[in-house]
Ligand binder design. Structure first.
Ligand code: DAK
Length: 258
């Protein structure tokens, strides 16, 4: 079934997902998050896809969870239904790389969604923020946890407590985004990067992603051992032989993702 709140495209081995609720600045409601989870799962399972780009519009990546949908909810309700945990976690289960291409506002849940991606490429007009405090709540999808890990405690506290937005340059300086590009180049840059990644052996890409993520969930010694064993295991693949032989023979490798 075609999603109503997303635009989906593929370009070779790259899938592009655009959040598409333009009138609400891509405010993230349940229907959109269900569709996003389904699209991510579908592309993750598709052998023809090697990398996924998630983007919004020129004006907003996403202005947060849908405030109109949240406003009437009671404590009892959000607790009982474990409010929006179900469809917000799917992105964390995707094993292929997901690049966030952010232009305009990435606020609240929008900033949190971008941080759940593997890395963020920002347009020079991008603005990041966790302004939940202005509406009587706090970040609920990782903003108080992933933001300090990305930008450090002082900047994270500043943003979460004062609702101050960070522009793209500050976001790059502080490590929240990997690079800043002119707004007009954002999608080209993200798609080019995705194409580069999708051309590498899938098993190396997947293991590299798992290993970097371990740096955030395991003590250093365990992460290092995990990396070592993943590294060792890649010597069982065709593409390791092919990649190294091609380098030594000064020719382009022909990877087979096995
Ligand atoms: N929800 C619903 N509608 C929104 C919205 C949002 N978050 N953000 C913007 N809109 C709507 C506006 O109501 C307006 O609708 P109309 O009046 O035209 O019908 C339209 O989008 C255009 O917005 P503005 O007229 O306000 O446009 P401006 O350029 O003047 O301002 C803005 C843009 C982004 C600065 C402003 O709209 C704004 O401050 N928006 C709210 C930002 C915000 O507070 N975001 C945080 C929301 S709380 C969790 C998962 C996620 C979350 C929590 C838990 N779990 C997994 C447990 C997330 C929570 C949040 O994100």
């Amino acid at each position: 079934m075609n999603p109503e709140n997303l635009l989906l495209e593929t370009d070779g081995a790259v899938a592009l997902i655009r959040l598409h609720r333009p009138k609400q600045l891509n405010a993230l409601n349940d229907a959109l998050m269900d569709e996003l989870g389904a699209a991510l799962a579908r592309f993750d399972a598709d052998d023809d896809i090697g990398c996924i780009v998630l983007t919004g519009s020129e004006r907003a990546f996403a202005a947060g969870a849908d405030i109109a949908a949240m406003a009437p909810k009671t404590f009892d309700q959000v607790l009982r239904e474990d409010f929006i945990s179900r469809n917000w976690e799917q992105i964390l289960r995707v094993r292929k790389p997901v690049i966030a291409a952010v232009a305009g506002y990435a606020l609240g849940g929008g900033c949190e969604l971008a941080m759940m991606c593997d890395f963020i490429i920002a347009a020079d007009d991008a603005r990041f923020g966790q302004p939940e405090i202005k509406i009587g709540i706090i970040p609920g999808a990782g903003g108080t946890q992933r933001l300090p890990r990305a930008v450090g405690k002082s900047k994270a506290m500043d943003m979460v407590l004062s609702a101050r937005m960070m522009d793209a340059q500050e976001a790059e300086r502080s490590g929240l985004v990997s690079r800043v590009v002119p707004a007009a180049r954002l999608l080209d840059e993200a798609m080019d990067t995705a194409r580069t990644i999708a051309a590498f052996p899938r098993q190396s890409v997947m293991m590299a992603k798992e290993c970097v993520n371990r740096a955030y969930s395991a003590p250093l010694a365990d992460g290092l051992l995990f990396e070592r064993r993943a590294f060792h295991s890649l010597f069982a693949t065709h593409d390791q032989k092919e990649g190294m032989d091609a380098f030594l023979a000064k020719r382009a490798p022909k990877f087979e993702n096995r």
